[in-house]
Design a protein around this ligand. Sequence first.
Ligand code: BG6
Length: 534
Amino acid sequence: MTDTAVDTEVPAADQHPVGNPLSDGLRHGRVPLPSVLVIFGATGDLTKRKLVPALYALAADGLLPPGFSIVGAGRSEQSTETFREAMREAVAKYGRVPLREDLWSVFSDGMRYCEFDLDADDGLNDLAENLEELDRERGTSGNRIFYFSIPPSGFAPLAERLGREGLTREEDGGFRRMIIEKPFGRDLDSARELNGKLHLAFGEEQVYRIDHYLGKETVQNLLVFRFGNGIFEPLWNRQYIDHVQITVAENIGVEGRGGYYEESGALRDIIQNHVIQLMAIVGMEAPSKVHGETVRDEKVKLLRAVRPIHPDDALSHTVRGQYAAGWIDGERVPGYREETGVAENSLRETFVAMKVDIDNWRWAGTPFYLRTGKRLPKRATEIAIQFRRVPHSPFGGRVETPAGLLPKDSIDPNLLVLRIQPDEGITLRFSAKVPGQSMRIRTVNMDFLYGSAFLTESPEAYERLLLDCMLGDRTLFAREDEVEEAWRICTAILDGWRSQPPDREGTANYESGTWGPEAARDFMARDGRQWRRL
Ligand code: BG6
């Protein structure tokens, strides 16, 4: 694929015969209104690894408004100076852009620390005073974003407390928004309950639920790929596509998060949010605009069309697995049950493969296969669209394949692979004639590589998402009904698994460094298909 002609301008909708869903969503370097970001849980890992480095990168790119301020709210007793110093070190260590002293001095000027006990139920006088002071000194005009970087058990009580203290009302013309991250509940009922409680303090339009996958450049590019190109749409349906495979493979284990993972597992940790989001974008209809509610409306419609899996069918529609000890990149790694915080007889899944049927005109009969796992041989997230085979091959002779010469009806089907990470890019596989006197056919690839097509570095997901929240753009955040639909799909599986637990040996059923349990291969083979070798 040629990677030279890159045109970022999208023609105006009225010049485009079918309307242009992308033009309204393009933001040409808009700078948000001055605001204060209050980070609850400011001494935690997320603040130093992701949030403050992302904000600093936005400042370096000139995308933050003058007066933008940060209030770190945390349990420990420390001065603003100590907090600033810790954040300075964090930016130097984890930042995408190098630390520059002059910029840091301006950026950190708007930083405050405020002691805050999540478990206390007292007023929020300190915080309120800090916010009013910032409004006066830095012109933040009552615009506030509350980032809940706290354990999920604190989400509802904190929202309620902010509401009670009048900090969530938008009566003075300033905006009040909240950002939370998964888990948004553990199942459908608890997700509904959480949404209900958040709404006592914040309207849905004030709630920004982060799924960091939606902030990834390559995931946003899915929208452009699908709706900024005319040639794929006619093929993007059951008539031409045999099936879709979505893989989120990780080679890491639970990385010290054994306690969290015991509660969560791969289905809740990755499928319910990241993978289902990818599926929704690949499967949805074209929105009229990439803006506000339209994209989320289309995603929800797609999720509603997902055929419910009855808990009794959970085992025939899914495969779960748990990693045992093994080798990754030449290093011996422990099994899941040997990880800190994990029960020695844990049955928690670290691998899931599942089949999703979508009951609508576009996808009926074209399944989506989803899989994710920890301690697989490599880190790779990709979406593979496998097209149907040619209905009849007019070529005599044999086809050259990696397995040798095979009969002509073995011509591989076309495949379109959208690589989300790493090696971000797109590959189209098609058949070509091998040069020579005979008609030998082999598949070849056309490749588009982000790295060589665009010589700029991609921003981090958190940069995009924090900026969007400041701008009031909710397109890349998960809406209440989206989250609940994703839980509808997953809760039935969890219910089915709970009533049919695997035996102790049956769960620890793949060695680290392999592509998951044998059963995952058999599961695909039953449908006459196979997982892509990544
Ligand atoms: C997180 C999960 O949401 O996503 C982690 O909790 C996982 O378990 C991570 O490792 C993967 O994100 P990324 O961006 O590295 O693909």
